[in-house]
Design a protein around this ligand. Structure first.
Ligand code: FAD
Length: 395
């Protein structure tokens, strides 16, 4: 913000016309959150600018050749199912969601298996600037109007609730980006620093490396981390689990684990990312303590172990009855299923149940501290959502 003000002053002094054309919901110079939603809604619902018929350029303006990745010394990260780049591909992805893939969005978004298809998958296009939130909003509104005419028709069935849910998420996108506008140091400092200090998490290298490499010994967790590493994307609930396990169960500092996730995400968007990292680590003081249980997510979202076996091949012969807790297999079973614990696949890095419980109880204790509560009030004034859902995890 200070930098931007200096640039504006410089332009003013040098008589350069400096005009900002905001394409997202971030509102500058806001003193409180109270009116933010009004500004945001007005901005995204304003008419889209017409496509320019031509882009005039100054005469005799020569361009150097655009350097290749090699010339810049950059390597493209090898990703499975890398999305096609560009606006045409972005709009095709959005339209396939609005007209086909999104029918069971609400039900399908939570599992990494169904989420891959049923979530919109527009996030990398938004963060790379191939689509604006305003464009997505307008396309969604026009589909909502179409659905409203005949919500029970074969083409429209299921879409009413999907699209309402999707619109809420587009609003969250802007809500979290606004947080970074108000607090630019969110990648380093917790928005409730008193709470973060009391939690006093430590960077235990052994735990961090197991977490980072998807070698914790918790099959579903490892499958999710490896899937994310290979593809650059995973659905919301699994992102929340990856972060919350790091912070609550392994008690690792959120700055280190959040930076690792940021490097993996193809759709890294700092405002959303650091807000979510802090929320899922319980350092805001205004959100409920929510520590995901790997065991529960595993049985809820991959009951037969199909996803686990695909991404953790060490467990490919382990049957469904042992796939969620392979450490309970006898020696004979380990030999039988080609999965010797501590040799082919790690023993659990810690006992999940007791470590998670300890993390939750330390978090509640710290949250009750008087200075933490005082700070939480200030945090709410600056950052809190004014909608009724404010205490929930968002998704
Ligand atoms: C720890 C953590 C880190 C995250 N980091 C990022 C990030 O760097 N970049 C990013 O775009 N999203 C991030 N998210 C939010 C969310 O997981 C992704 O936006 C979503 O999974 C992207 O997939 P999609 O486009 O198919 O989502 P859809 O479910 O189809 O949602 C459509 C769009 O709504 C927005 N959205 C959806 N959920 C959220 C949410 N909970 N908060 C804010 N906006 C949301 C996104 O722009 C998304 O593209 C993070 C979530 C967590 C828990």
């Amino acid at each position: 913000w200070q930098r931007d003000k200096l640039v504006a002053d410089w332009c003013d002094f040098n008589q350069v016309n400096f005009i900002e054309h905001p394409s997202n919901g971030v509102v500058r110079k806001l003193r409180t959150r109270d009116d933010w939603k009004k500004h945001r809604d007005k901005r995204v619902s304003a008419e889209l600018f017409p496509r320019p018929s031509k882009l005039p350029s100054p005469n005799d303006c020569q361009s150097d050749e655009i350097p290749t990745m090699d010339q810049l010394g950059l390597d493209a990260r090898v990703l499975e199912n890398r999305p096609k780049p560009g606006e045409v591909a972005a709009l095709a992805t959005l339209n396939s969601f609005l007209n086909e893939r999104g029918r069971n969005y609400r039900k399908g978004m939570s599992s990494p298996i169904t989420g891959e298809v049923m979530c919109s998958r527009i996030s990398p296009y938004l963060s790379a600037g191939c689509l604006t939130i305003k464009q997505v909003f307008h396309h969604t509104v026009s589909r909502q109007r179409q659905v409203k005419v005949d919500p029970r028709s074969a083409d429209n069935r299921g879409f009413t609730s999907s699209l309402t849910s999707f619109q809420s998420r587009l609003a969250w996108h802007c809500h979290f980006m606004q947080r970074l506008e108000a607090e630019a140091t969110m990648d380093e400092t917790a928005i409730n620093p008193e709470l973060d200090e009391l939690l006093n998490r430590e960077l235990d290298q052994r735990k961090f490396i197991a977490w980072r490499d998807g070698k914790t010994g918790w099959p579903f967790f490892d499958a999710c981390m490896r899937y994310l590493t290979a593809t650059g994307w995973i659905n919301f609930r699994m992102r929340a689990m990856l972060q919350s396990v790091a912070s609550y169960t392994l008690w690792l500092p959120w700055q280190a684990t959040g930076t690792h996730l940021a490097n993996l995400f193809m759709d890294y968007e700092p405002g959303i990312h650091w807000s979510q990292v802090q929320m899922q680590s319980g350092v805001t003081g205004i959100n409920s303590v929510r520590a995901y249980s790997v065991g529960k997510q595993s049985t809820d979202h991959d009951p037969d172990g199909e996803f686990i076996r695909k991404w953790v091949p060490e467990l490919s012969n382990v049957p469904a009855e042992h796939i969620h807790e392979p450490w309970l297999m006898s020696q004979v079973e380990q030999e039988q299923y080609n999965c010797r614990l501590g040799i082919d696949y790690p023993e659990p890095i810690v006992d999940e149940k007791s470590a998670r419980k300890a993390g939750i109880s330390m978090s509640y204790k710290a949250k009750g501290d008087a200075a933490v509560k005082r700070r939480a009030k200030i945090v709410f004034d600056i950052h809190g959502s004014r909608s009724r859902q404010s205490g929930r995890s968002r998704n």
